[in-house]
Write a protein that binds this ligand. Structure first.
Ligand code: PEP
Length: 253
């Protein structure tokens, strides 16, 4: 059975003490994670040690970085390597978020390099894909997402692909309050799984966790996560509110 994941993406929000308080508040509220369910907190780089400390020993809870660089080490001022993340005990990294693609010009090819280095260091990439509004309006979202998958993931072996979590995030639904309907989410998730099946076979494709992201909140998580090919969510805004994120964790199937 593939993993079900509630992943929080704090983006560039909260001070250190606010972040610490949020993690405390979340822990104080009743939530359960089954054997196959994970909660992941993608926090800003400087908060990684705090989050590791806060959540140390918690079953099925992991801390993620929101980015990493594609090179091992060297003269890349301001960048953070996967070796650094590994040395902190970090095991997940969000890659290719649409904000990084848009504001920092991250291409599918560049993301392929980042994925490779993560896998070299046994760090799981949470690979984000998804189309902008213009592509959705032109009804060409399938081809758009298929290209993202092809250019960033299809050089991987099946064993390597199994280390990757995919997050489908239609850009028009991120931070806009506009959620894809559960049917739209299911349709794209099924399409992604079909593509993976064509390339890697059904056994591998069925093991890949595919998260939905785009204005997930307590009120819609149950319905979205209830779709057969949706294995949880990558959550921005609602992950900054303890009650909301706890409810989202509890909505995992
Ligand atoms: C995200 O940060 O990946 C995201 C989906 O944000 P939001 O939940 O706020 O739409």
């Amino acid at each position: 059975m593939r993993k079900q994941i509630a992943a929080a993406n704090w983006k560039m929000n909260l001070t250190l003490s606010q972040g610490e308080q949020l993690l405390k508040d979340i822990q104080s509220k009743p939530h359960t994670l089954g054997a196959n369910q994970l909660a992941i907190f993608a926090v800003p780089f400087p908060y990684l040690p705090m989050a590791q400390q806060q959540l140390a020993g918690k079953q099925n809870v992991f801390i993620a970085a929101q980015n990493c660089y594609s090179k091992k080490s060297g003269a890349y001022t301001g960048e953070v390597s996967v070796e650094m993340l590994q040395s902190l005990g970090i095991s997940y990294v969000v890659l290719g978020h649409s904000e990084r693609r848009e504001y920092f010009q991250e291409s599918n090819q560049f993301l392929a390099e980042k994925i490779n280095i993560c896998l070299e260091y046994n760090i799981h990439p949470i690979f984000c894909c998804g189309e902008p509004l213009s592509i959705r309006e032109a009804n060409t979202q399938n081809a758009f997402v298929a290209k993202q998958l092809e250019e960033s993931l299809y050089h991987l072996s099946a064993e390597q692909l199994k280390q990757v979590v995919i997050a489908y995030e239609p850009i028009w639904a991120i931070g806009t309050g506009k959620t894809a309907t559960s049917a739209q989410a299911q349709e794209m998730h099924a399409f992604i799984r079909e593509q993976l099946t064509a390339k890697y076979g059904a056994a591998t494709a069925n093991e890949i966790t595919i998260l939905y992201g785009g204005s997930v909140k307590a009120a819609n998580a149950g319905e979205i996560f209830g779709q057969p090919d949706v294995d949880g969510g990558l959550v921005g805004g609602a992950s900054l509110i303890a009650d909301e994120f706890v409810a989202i964790i509890n909505a995992l199937k």
